[in-house]
Write a protein that binds this ligand. Structure first.
Ligand code: KDO
Length: 338
């Protein structure tokens, strides 16, 4: 053996020892199970309660299960477009989101009953319906047919009509010809038409510009979202139709849920509940205070003939194909929930 062969042999031995040392040092880290990835996508703007609730969710989970979860929050529809979240979850590209009754109705038309105006009476009624036997049945069907499991019901607020130019609105007839922006699905557009307007589909992220430039005449959203997305800067009137006590469901993909230990599942559910309570409390409180804020911003806040709106909207749904597939007795059960 030449001296250079000996040197090469020694060096190879040294690097093998180095590699072994690195591996040995790395062993504790390798032995740890990898963090459970929880990617969240929502169109919510950062200053809205249902965006901030995700930070509460993350903080709660980081406390109850330190180092176990990697929670990644994506706001402003930066990861997935509004309305595409359930499909992304079913494909395994997303773990968590908050979806609406409209997203559910697209796949399970029998539940379009929750997209109809003037069905749910107020936030307390909403929580009783979805946290009681009706919710349990719906969530079970959603879980088996949509590959996502609902964890809690988030109060999004009561939707009001918000116009670019003020006008006298008492009944649906007064909204005739108004290009009212609605989210982009046929269930949403039906609601806009039932209100008497010409419903125009647009993603949430494009509404501010649409109002500013006049490609739309108005939009509908709960007051806290009108504040958080700053729609009050580009509109002159709020018509308090209160046509939809709106909600979102925090859902997790079944694929993600199935890969967790029972303890982890329980902690994720508990964190979703804490986040929901944070949203619901703050949103209800703010909703009660915002009329004054909007008046200070120079908006007219007017009350239409809500009874006439209610009757017109309810009749539109009752006479539609939607009502034909609503489960027998469901409306009565919803009404009887107190
Ligand atoms: C909207 O686009 O008007 C809407 O309020 C619909 C809801 O279902 C939900 O997607 C919400 O936007 C977003 O979370 C933004 O607040």
């Amino acid at each position: 053996m030449t001296s250079s062969m000996l040197r090469r042999g020694l060096m190879a031995g040294a690097s093998a020892a180095l590699l072994l040392g690195t591996l040995l040092n790395a062993t504790p880290a390798l032995a740890q199970s990898p963090k459970v990835l929880l990617r969240i996508s929502t169109p919510a703007v950062p200053d809205d309660w249902h965006a901030k609730m995700w930070t509460v969710f993350k903080d709660t989970l980081d406390k109850s299960a330190p180092g176990e979860f990697d929670v990644q929050i994506n706001l402003n529809a930066s990861l997935f477009k509004q309305g595409t979240e359930s499909a992304a979850m079913a494909r395994g590209n997303l773990e968590l989101s908050s979806i609406s009754a409209f997203d559910i109705a697209k796949l399970l038309p029998e539940f379009s009953v929750f997209t109809a105006g003037y069905i749910i009476r107020d936030p307390a009624h909403q929580q009783k319906v979805f946290n009681g036997p009706i919710g349990t049945e719906i969530f079970k069907t959603v879980s088996s047919k949509m590959e996502v499991t609902p964890l809690s019901t988030v109060y999004l607020g009561t939707r009001q009509v918000n116009l670019r130019e003020a006008r006298n609105v008492k009944t649906p007839a007064d909204l005739k010809g108004i290009k009212l922006r609605m989210p982009g699905s046929k269930e949403w557009l039906f609601l806009g038409e039932a209100l008497g307007a010409t419903a125009t589909p647009l993603a949430f992220g494009e509404v501010y510009l649409g109002l500013k430039t006049g490609t739309i005449d108005g939009q509908d959203n709960p007051l806290p979202s009108v504040r958080a997305a700053k729609f009050y800067e580009v509109t002159k009137q709020l018509v308090m139709t209160s046509h939809l006590v709106d909600g979102l469901f925090i859902v997790i993909s079944n694929k993600s849920l199935n890969a967790m230990t029972p303890a982890q599942r329980q902690k994720v559910k508990a964190a979703a509940e804490v986040a929901t309570a944070y949203n619901n409390e703050n949103r209800i409180k703010e909703e009660g205070q915002l009329v004054e804020f909007f008046r200070q911003q120079g908006l007219q806040v007017t009350t239409p003939d809500v009874d006439t709106f209610r009757k017109a909207v309810q009749a539109a749904y009752q006479n539609s194909d939607y009502a034909k597939v609503w489960p027998n007795g469901l409306i009565e059960r919803i009404n009887a929930t107190r």
